[in-house]
Design a protein around this ligand. Structure first.
Ligand code: HSE
Length: 298
């Protein structure tokens, strides 16, 4: 069986830990149950083929085995082939793709006994925040809010006519490092600033009024603190305000930068890459579109 799991971009500027978007860049997991219980074989092609573990510590297998352990069922023998296109540690949801892929493979072997909520809850144990795992599983743009029982999600369809270019710098940044730099508390005025921006962002998504994005995509809760880990980011944020693009933000915890545009602004987008290059930071550009479909068997 072959699973396809999308990359994701979390936060979208003001929605720190609350919103994420599925993108048309995919990891694939080819999986096959084998007769001897507990047996494991993992082959990896593409991103992480030389760095990711191929034993029980592999994240896909950890998520896969967690599903069976939670149900007190024996872990079946399994052969995985991971075809990875999502760059690692760049803010594009590679860990979430692995976690969701492992859970879905397990759920398939369990004849789909798990609900969406159960799968999200298990994934949350690994990731700690839902804004990448929810769009990886559900697709589209997913708003996540906490409630007493766990978290509540709302899926929105991506607006028509929005294109994304992701600038992927040639260095990695671990989510842990990018979270450790954040303060434990923020000024009330910064929280109020983000609430307003988040309202505008949701309105832009739901009405398709993409011109609102320029105003909506600001943030004071995480990006200012992460600037020191992502050289050039602050300048790019300022440059984006005066450019034709719709908006620019850190993708997830970074270091990738996502630029929203209407697909007629590619020359403008290249200026951001050139600006980084002049500062000695090389990066690659990939052009992506938001997708409404989440992880699925193909
Ligand atoms: N919301 C998360 C963060 C995304 O910005 O740290 C990374 O997983």
């Amino acid at each position: 069986m072959l699973l396809r799991i999308p990359a994701t971009s979390a936060n979208l500027g003001p929605g720190f830990d609350c919103i994420g978007m599925a993108l048309d860049l995919y990891n694939y997991i080819d999986f096959e149950a084998v007769d001897s219980p507990g047996a494991l074989s993992i082959e990896i092609c593409g991103e992480g083929q030389h760095s990711l573990s191929k034993d029980e510590t592999n994240l896909v297998y950890q998520a896969f085995s967690r599903v069976f352990a939670g149900r007190r069922e024996p872990i079946p023998g399994i052969k995985f082939k991971l075809i990875n296109n999502i760059p690692l540690a760049r803010g594009l949801g590679s860990s979430s793709a692995a976690i969701i892929g492992g859970i879905l493979a397990a759920n398939f072997l369990l004849a789909e006994k798990l609900s969406i909520e159960e799968m999200l809850d298990i994934a949350l144990e690994f990731e700690g925040h839902p804004d990448n795992i929810a769009p990886a599983l559900l697709g589209g743009i997913v708003l996540c809010t906490a409630n007493n029982q766990g978290f509540h999600y709302l899926k929105m369809n991506p607006p028509e006519g929005i294109f994304c270019t992701v600038l992927i710098p040639d260095y990695e940044l671990s989510t842990k490092k990018a979270r450790d730099i954040l303060p434990g508390t923020v000024p009330l005025k910064d929280a109020v600033f983000n609430i307003g921006k988040m309202g505008l962002l949701i309105n832009a998504i739901n009405t398709g009024n993409l011109d609102l994005l320029k105003e909506a995509i600001d943030d004071k809760l995480h990006q200012p603190y992460r600037c020191s880990l992502i050289p050039g980011l602050n300048d790019l944020i300022i440059l984006a305000k005066d450019s034709k693009v719709l908006g620019l933000a850190i993708s997830g915890a970074g270091p990738s930068i996502i630029i929203f545009h209407k697909n007629d602004d590619l020359d403008e987008v290249m200026l951001f890459q050139n600006y980084l290059l002049e500062k000695g930071i090389s990066s690659r550009l990939i052009n992506l579109k938001p997708v409404a479909e989440g992880a699925q068997l193909v």
